[in-house]
Design a protein around this ligand. Structure first.
Ligand SMILES: [Zn+2]
Length: 296
């Protein structure tokens, strides 16, 4: 959305007026729009190990349907508004390649106004190219340049959270959907790369659930207890619900993309990665912990 109304200047926090070419604030700070359509509102570039290849792999997996159960779970958790209500605003904080936000806004029965933010320019570039009808920004997630009380829904999927900032952005009664990996997430990949969860290069904590011997070939979506890691959200939010979603996807056609995508493989020798790709993995377990919090 070219004229997205809720962005702030990252220098002075003045209201940004976006145009086809740039976005500017009343004090004259101006930010060029990239050829792909996104705005870079990050004051200093952040060094990140997340690369273009990683996000392309994620986009590929998305198109293979690997994240469909997660998508439909998230979709079912997002409240519908009645016909006369204004379209809800939705922010994906840590949007990556943008596929999930694009799918969520498409599947919702009322067109929500979608904004995706990520600190990784390569990710935002991919998102902006693929889904030009939404608004995409490179920006600091610790202090998102978004106006107070403008977001009805914030989704934060396998990405760091700044709960105080998220609380500031939410409308009264708005919801935050936080997704974290469960203990079985990418279990087979961790085993084949011999990477214990605690040594994960990911910034995410793995939630320490008891291992399950069951095999869920079909998505298994069930109520769960809130994890202890959500405790630092408590001063800012009221806990509403928690769910655990576990399912297996076929390793064939996907394993190479998984290995390219996961931070678990960042510190792994190339030959070990190659062995994992060429090994005899049949399935890969995806295990998500989904927590719903409200600003009320
Ligand atoms: Zn300014």
């Amino acid at each position: 959305m070219l004229h997205y109304p809720h962005l702030l200047c990252p220098v002075c926090s003045g209201h940004l007026t976006p145009t086809a070419k740039n976005a500017f604030c009343p004090r004259g700070h101006s930010f060029d729009r990239a050829r792909q359509g996104y705005l870079n509102l990050q004051l200093a570039p952040t060094k990140t190990q997340y690369t273009k290849t990683l996000y392309q792999a994620r986009q590929h997996l998305f198109r293979n349907g690997v994240f469909d159960p997660l998508l439909s779970s998230l979709d079912s958790l997002i409240p519908r508004r009645d016909g006369n209500a204004k379209s809800p605003t939705i922010l994906d904080a840590g949007c990556g390649d943008g596929s999930l936000l694009a799918a969520l806004t498409r599947e919702h029965n009322l067109a929500p106004i979608g904004l995706g933010i990520d600190i990784c320019k390569d990710a935002v570039k991919i998102a902006s190219q693929a889904y030009p009808h939404l608004t995409w920004c490179v920006a600091d997630l610790a202090n998102p340049p978004v106006a107070d009380s403008t977001q009805d829904i914030i989704i934060n999927i396998l990405a760091p959270a700044n709960y105080a900032a998220f609380r500031r952005l939410l409308t009264p009664g708005g919801i935050l959907v936080k997704v974290m990996p469960g203990s079985d997430h990418f279990k087979e990949i961790r085993l084949s790369l011999q990477t214990p969860a605690k040594d994960s290069a990911s910034s995410q904590e793995y939630i320490d659930f008891p291992e399950s011997s069951e095999t869920f070939y079909q998505p298994h979506f069930r109520p769960a207890e809130p994890p202890p890691t959500i405790a630092h959200a408590q001063p800012h939010f009221t806990f509403l619900d928690a769910y655990r979603l576990t399912y297996d996807v076929s390793a064939a056609h996907n394993i190479e993309h998984f290995i390219q995508m996961t931070p678990l493989a960042w510190h792994t020798l190339p030959e070990k990665k190659e062995a994992a790709v060429n090994g005899n993995l049949q399935k890969i377990r995806l295990d998500y912990y989904i927590v719903i919090l409200t600003s009320q």
